[in-house]
Design a protein around this ligand. Structure first.
Ligand SMILES: *[C@@H]1O[C@H](CO)[C@@H](O)[C@H](O)[C@H]1NC(C)=O
Ligand SMILES: *[C@@H]1O[C@H](CO)[C@@H](O)[C@H](O)[C@H]1NC(C)=O
Ligand SMILES: *[C@@H]1O[C@H](CO)[C@@H](O)[C@H](O)[C@H]1NC(C)=O
Length: 958
């Protein structure tokens, strides 16, 4: 519609111009559009000038150009029309001038006339609007705000007026509108740009002119949207979740976060970081700035933290950032072994704790969770304890058996706990538990009984043996103290014999022992512990005293030198081998120490007499001849078999005569001796004793006759019955009870003891004599007598005991001791068996040593001798000599083998027929072959050891 209006306007304008030119005079003016074809008629000059058609040619009309060479138009002379001679381009001629007038002159000749012709060239729309470039490039930052203007170079149109550019059109688009102000053309940002949405925008701009037909020109505006950091990075997820096993190794990637930024370049470069997180998180995790990997850099421990919430930040190059959350859940791994804790413990526990007592409380913990937290608790097998589950994680440690500290004094209890994880973890704890002592064990002696062996004459204080008891209890409960159980031995308190060291159990002799007094005794030693109350036990200690050769032989017959009446008569008719006399000696010792041997050390006629080495019998070696000296002196040495051996000597005076009266020198023999004073005293003493005897005998005889005849007298019976030199106590066993029992009684008392010889006498006369006096007297008598004996150089100094009076002598053998005590002390059965070394006698080549019996025999012989000598008041003893005649020999010499007293056996002369039988049997068993004639004695066989003695004792007891 607009176009049409413009066209309308152009037509009316053209009409106006044409009319105006017509009205002008003189000059010709024509208006016509440009670009008319050549020959096109512009107007009719002839007419316009009022000339005839032919006139023009006549007048030679022509068009002259006004200074220009170009003829744009010509005149048709024929008809006078003005025509286009040349292309007329208005734009070429006038450019942008609004009016374009070409000046032409018409020259007429005849008259020369000049007419100006103005040619008004009218524009036609023959040019397009045109832009400078085909494409306009502009760059706009996306951050440009709405309303921003961007100038665009306008288009050009060579036409003018209506035909020039009238309007612009911008093709519809999202962002821009066009603003035209005058000639200025601007793009106005109507909606903000987003590079991220559209990076490049092409706008098409059209310029339109007002011609008809309308023409247009188009240009493309290429808008490049420049980036602005208008986008923050964007995470792919708002929350990232991951689970991570605890204890994962370092650098484990837990989760990768990722964010994108729509911007480009620096603006789009995203870096990651933690947002605000705690220090703990920073120690455990780290995020890679570039990749967004969240990695482990520290220890991940479920037991400390089960999950982490981490704020993650993503940032672009220019600082826009955004956040996301990473949730990391830690999963449990069985990495914690269960832990045993001892909560309480009674330690030590007394050993009398009853089974089932709770002694400790144990707690078990596992820091892991669920299955990894389930625990099983156990204890090792071989201990008397068990675990009893208590509340929750608690267990009680309970005893299952009676404890015994003496067996196991402390326990290492190992408690093992295992969880149920896979693999399971376990741990153990060892609890040390001590058992406290209770005094439940008495001391126990190491042996059932103890024996101590001590040789007599020991030093007081000597160690005898030691006892030892053990008590397994602890400290004072097991400390053993030894003591002697109070009691009596032979009537004296035990403590006067022995003492025991309370700490060591060593037993000491308190005094010196004398084998000849007693051979053994027993004491009880108590071992007591120090507990409260104390426990104790006791043991028997048997002390055996062994013999030492401390007694030299005592020669009972003949009495020592100087007693001239100990002269023997030897019948002149005696044949070789006749028994002449016998040396009788005893030794208070026992065993080998009491085994005596007899030797002639000096004799008047060495070839005439010999002495039996063991028997002491002096026999003629050959028949006595007339030439033999009447007086024969022999010095006989008696030696015991001890080590060293002791000896004694005596002199034997022999008279070869059939009649004492034949020997006038007899007195000389007796008075030869120097010590006549003593001899006379002795004679006086003997005379008085003999007188006493005689009177006593007559009294007894008188009494005997007066009363009914009594079969036996006491001691003097021996004297009264000459044949009784065969000792009644040997052969006449079946005699009356009185004698036998008395003997029996004393045989025990006097065993092996020198002093007991005298006691024997005493006891025999017990009813009639005060024991003390008699003893002392006889003791001194004998002591004197022995003093004159030649003791060999080896002879020991007399035992200390000899210096005591009987009363002072310690021990039960003192005369003040009631003999009854002895009997009690020496049981009839058994004791003898265990007694001394006599046991060995039956097995050796030696004859039995003189026993008490023999000593008794000897004593009686001596007494007989004395009484007879006294009775005749002369030296020599005819009666005896006759008894020593060869035919008497057998009777006179006691057959030791038939001796009823059997050493080492229990039996002596007892009335028990059974026992006698046994005794007899034993006697035969132990019987010796007759002593060998050869003087060389075989060495005695080994003396029985104490041990074997003990054995035999036991056997006997059975
Ligand atoms: C108990 O353990 C201790 C120390 O390890 C050790 O000396 C002791 O001999 C152990 N006791 C037992 C009864 O095993
Ligand atoms: C000894 O045993 C008693 C209980 O008979 C006890 O009380 C005491 O503690 C024990 N002594 C020692 C040192 O063990
Ligand atoms: C000695 O021990 C025995 C058992 O061995 C016992 O019967 C006796 O009573 C004890 N004697 C004393 C005094 O303890």
């Amino acid at each position: 519609m607009m176009d049409s209006r413009i066209i309308l306007f152009q037509r009316s304008a053209l009409l106006f111009f044409l009319l105006w030119f017509h009205s002008a005079y003189g000059d010709l003016s024509y208006s016509f559009p440009e670009e008319m074809k050549r020959g096109s008629v512009i107007g009719n000059i002839a007419k316009d000038l009022g000339l005839q058609a032919g006139a023009l040619s006549n007048r030679r009309a022509r068009i002259d150009t006004d200074g220009t060479d170009k003829h744009y138009c010509d005149i048709n002379l024929n008809n006078g029309e003005l025509i286009v001679a040349e292309r007329i381009d208005r734009e070429g001629l006038c450019g942008e001038k609004a009016s374009c007038i070409l000046k032409q002159e018409l020259v007429l000749e005849n008259p020369l006339e000049l007419h100006r012709i103005s040619l008004h060239i009218q524009d036609i729309n023959d040019n397009l609007p045109q832009f400078n470039e085909e494409m306009i490039k502009i760059e706009i930052r996306e951050s440009a705000v709405r309303g921003a203007r961007f100038v665009i170079e306008e288009a050009h149109d060579a036409d003018v007026g209506q035909n020039s550019i009238q309007q612009y059109n911008l093709k519809k688009n999202d962002n821009f509108i066009l603003a035209v102000t005058g000639n200025t053309l601007e793009l106005v940002l109507d909606k903000e740009l987003d590079r991220e949405k559209q990076k490049d925008i092409n706008l098409i701009l059209t310029a339109l002119d007002g011609g008809s037909p309308q023409r247009s020109g188009t240009v493309v505006i290429h808008v490049t949207v420049l980036d602005a950091n208008d986008n923050a990075p964007v995470f792919s997820q708002a929350v990232y979740k991951a689970s991570l096993p605890e204890n994962s190794p370092l650098d484990t990637v837990v989760v990768t976060v990722s964010a994108t930024d729509a911007d480009e370049g620096v603006n789009g470069e995203v870096t990651y970081d933690f947002g605000h997180v705690t220090e703990d998180v920073k120690k455990v995790f780290n995020i890679d700035r570039k990749s967004g990997d969240i990695k482990v850099i520290g220890a991940v421990d479920f037991e400390t933290t089960t999950s982490y919430e981490i704020r993650v930040k993503a940032k672009d190059g220019l600082g826009l950032s955004s956040y996301a959350k990473a949730l990391i859940f830690i999963t449990d791994v069985n990495d914690n072994a269960p832990v045993v804790t001892l909560k309480s413990m009674s330690n030590p526990i007394p050993e009398d704790t009853p089974p089932g007592t709770e002694v400790g409380i144990i707690n078990v913990q596992d820091r892991d969770s669920e299955k990894n937290r389930q625990v099983r608790c156990s204890i090792q097998q071989n201990v008397p304890f068990k675990l009893v589950p208590s509340i929750k994680n608690y267990y009680s440690l309970v005893t299952t058996e009676q404890l015994d500290r003496e067996v196991v004094s402390d326990y290492n209890i190992t408690i093992t706990v295992t969880d149920e994880g896979s693999p399971p973890l376990s741990s153990s704890k060892t609890v040390q538990l001590s058992v406290a002592d209770i005094n439940d064990n008495p001391p126990v002696f190491e042996e059932q009984s103890y024996s101590a062996y001590v040789t007599e004459n020991n030093k007081p204080g000597a160690t005898l043996c030691s006892v030892s008891a053990r008590d397994p209890d602890w400290r004072q409960n097991g400390t053993v103290i030894y003591s002697l159980l109070a009691g009596e031995v032979n009537g004296a308190p035990v403590s006067s014999y022995l003492s025991v060291n309370g700490d060591t159990g060593v037993i000491h002799a308190v005094r010196s022992f004398d084998y000849e007094q007693f051979r053994s005794f027993k004491v009880q030693v108590v071992a007591r512990d120090n507990g409260s109350p104390p426990l104790s036990s006791n043991v028997t200690v048997s002390v055996f005293i062994s013999d030492v050769n401390d007694n030299s032989p005592q020669i009972l017959y003949p009495a020592s030198e100087g007693n001239s009446f100990m002269t023997e008569l030897v019948p002149k008719a005696a044949h070789g081998g006749s028994l002449v006399s016998k040396v009788i000696a005893v030794d208070a010792d026992s065993g080998q120490n009491a085994w005596l041997s007899y030797h002639i050390v000096k004799s008047t006629d060495p070839g005439l007499f010999s002495i039996g080495v063991h028997s002491g019998e002096i026999r003629t070696q050959r028949d006595i001849s007339e030439s033999d000296s009447m007086k024969q002196n022999l010095i006989v040495a008696v030696k015991d078999n001890g080590q060293p051996s002791l000896s004694a000597t005596c002199a034997m005076y022999l008279l070869i005569s059939d009649n004492l009266a034949e020997v006038p020198e007899l007195k000389d023999i007796s008075y030869d001796e120097k010590n006549s004073k003593l001899t006379s005293y002795l004679i006086i003493a003997l005379v008085s004793v003999s007188t006493f005897f005689l009177t006593f005998i007559t009294i007894i005889l008188g009494v005997r006759f007066c009363r009914r005849r009594k079969p036996r007298l006491l001691f003097d019976g021996t004297v009264a019955i000459p044949s009784a030199y065969l000792p009644p106590n040997y052969a006449d066993v079946d005699g009356t009870g009185t004698l036998r029992s008395t003997y029996n009684y004393d045989a025990y008392l006097t065993t092996g003891s020198r002093t007991s010889d005298f006691k024997f006498v005493t006891s025999y006369n017990d009813n009639t004599l005060p024991a003390d006096q008699t003893l002392r007297k006889s003791l001194s008598d004998f002591a004197d007598a022995f003093g004159e004996c030649d003791s060999s150089a080896e002879q020991k100094p007399p035992n200390n005991d000899w210096r005591f009076t009987q009363g002072q002598r310690p021990g039960p053998s003192g005369p003040h001791m009631p003999y009854g005590t002895h009997i009690r002390w020496t049981p009839k059965s058994g004791t003898r068996a265990t007694g001394g070394p006599e046991v060995a006698m039956g097995t050796g080549p030696w004859p039995q040593p003189p026993t008490e019996a023999e000593q008794l025999q000897a004593l009686m012989a001596a007494a007989n001798e004395v009484s007879e000598a006294t009775a005749t008041l002369g030296p020599g003893t005819m009666g005896l000599s006759t008894r020593y005649s060869p035919q008497f020999t057998l009777q006179h010499v006691p057959d030791y083998r038939q001796n009823v007293y059997i050493p080492g056996s229990t039996a002596t002369l007892t009335s028990n027929p059974q026992q006698q039988q046994a005794t007899a049997q034993q006697a035969t068993q132990q019987a010796l072959p007759p002593p060998q004639a050869s003087a060389q004695a075989e060495p005695p066989k080994a003396v029985q050891t104490p041990a074997s003695k003990k054995k035999s004792t036991k056997k006997e007891k059975k």
